[in-house]
Design a protein around this ligand. Structure first.
Ligand code: CP3
Length: 347
């Protein structure tokens, strides 16, 4: 079993720096396109055999050190009772949850009932991945999940979200209580099914000032992680918790109080600065600009070296991009990146 990734998450010494890539299963891979050509995206997420197949593709093709469950952060939103569709060009489209009567009707779903296909995918993956790579489960963090529910999809300035936060804080709080409970139960179910690490995606956390971030996003993450830790202890399970925030740079001091084991860092800050601002003793994941995958190989290699060097001040490092790989990326460049990280970090 390749346990380099899990060791790095625990701050243990490793023979080389492990790497996985956000959105590593996706449209840039012809093998993914082939499966996706047969079914729509939600059907792919809900068919355990197919979801497991595309989860394993990047492990075989790229030789990454971890697999991430193929699913989407909006799956639990649908399970809460929101109508969800994915449109080819627009991305996700949801019925907005902005009014009290809509929010009142949302449920906190039992994951093994409403999202059994996710846990079935995880159980299948643990069998199929045995000896190959550990499996990362994930959820959207409560705030990032809420933005999709309040906006009804992706947004530019998050007007509806901030308007609800600033004008109807109690309504926002009642929505966040439901999402927080949903995320917590969902992650517990993923771990019980076999997820060996979990990542919380707070992609849109960077839209806030530090104090608003603390009050309206981070406080709920702290609740999720504290609750998870209590449960993990009672169940006697050890599973690293990774917290990724998009546009991290202005928020690192706040983020360091989340209770996570590993921090996902985007490319807008140098890793050594990030480590300092996280308190000096952090384990970090990141942080190559996803579009650096379009550089000529010798220049990409310089950036990889630079990141590896800067990461030497951290208690542990997992190499990753600072955000998801984009669909236009040449797969051979991603293969080259993984090889580069393994080769250049060999100890
Ligand atoms: O990382 C992985 O390989 C695992 C699978 C995964 C997907 N989405 C698959 C996906 C993960 C971890 C996510 C997380 C996710 N989903 C986030 C947080 C991380 C981030 O990238 O910021 C967010 C914000 C979403 C919501 C979402 N899903 C959007 C806005 C879109 C449309 C935009 C797009 O990239 O198409 C999706 C669709 C989606 N999720 C695809 C994939 C592979 C593309 C669907 C397709 O095949 O057409």
């Amino acid at each position: 079993m390749n346990d380099t990734f899990l060791k790095a998450c625990r701050g243990e010494k490793t023979d080389y720096t492990p790497i996985w890539i956000m959105r590593q299963a996706g449209r840039y891979l012809p093998d993914y396109q082939k499966v996706r050509g047969k079914v729509d995206f939600l059907t792919l997420c809900k068919t355990p055999e197919l979801a497991a197949e595309v989860t394993i593709q990047p492990v075989d093709i790229l030789k990454v050190d971890a697999a991430i469950l193929f699913s989407d952060i909006l799956i639990p939103v649908e399970a809460m009772g929101v109508h969800l569709e994915f449109h080819e060009k627009k991305g996700p489209v949801l019925t907005p949850a902005r009014d009290e009567n809509v929010i009142k009707k949302l449920s906190v779903p039992d994951p093994e009932d409403k999202m059994k296909f996710v846990m079935d995918t995880i159980r299948l993956l643990r069998k199929e991945l045995a000896g190959k790579a550990p499996l990362i489960g994930f959820s959207g963090a409560p705030f990032t999940t809420a933005t999709y529910m309040i906006e009804g999809g992706t947004s530019k300035n998050f007007l509806n979200t901030k308007r609800m936060i600033f004008q109807s804080p109690e309504l926002y709080g009642s929505l966040m209580d439901k999402i927080t409970a949903t995320v917590t139960e969902y992650l517990k179910a993923q771990i019980a099914a076999g997820a060996q690490a979990v990542q919380l995606f707070d992609t849109w956390g960077g839209i806030f000032s530090p104090s608003d971030f603390r009050e309206y996003a981070l406080s709920y993450v702290i609740r999720v992680i504290a609750d998870l830790r209590k449960w993990l202890k009672a169940e006697n399970i050890s599973v690293p918790i990774i917290y990724f925030v998009g546009e991290t740079a202005g928020l690192l001091e706040e983020i360091s109080t989340s209770g996570a084991d590993v921090y996902g860092i985007d490319w807008r800050i140098n890793l050594d600065d990030a480590v300092k601002r996280l308190g000096g003793n952090a384990i970090v994941q990141g942080n190559l600009d996803p579009l650096a995958l379009f550089l000529p190989q010798n220049r990409m290699e310089q950036r990889v070296k630079d990141i590896l060097e800067r990461a030497s001040s951290a208690r542990g490092h997992i190499f990753n991009l600072g955000h998801g790989v984009v669909p236009e990326t040449p797969p051979e460049n991603v293969i080259a990146l993984v090889d580069m990280v393994h080769r250049l970090s060999k100890r």
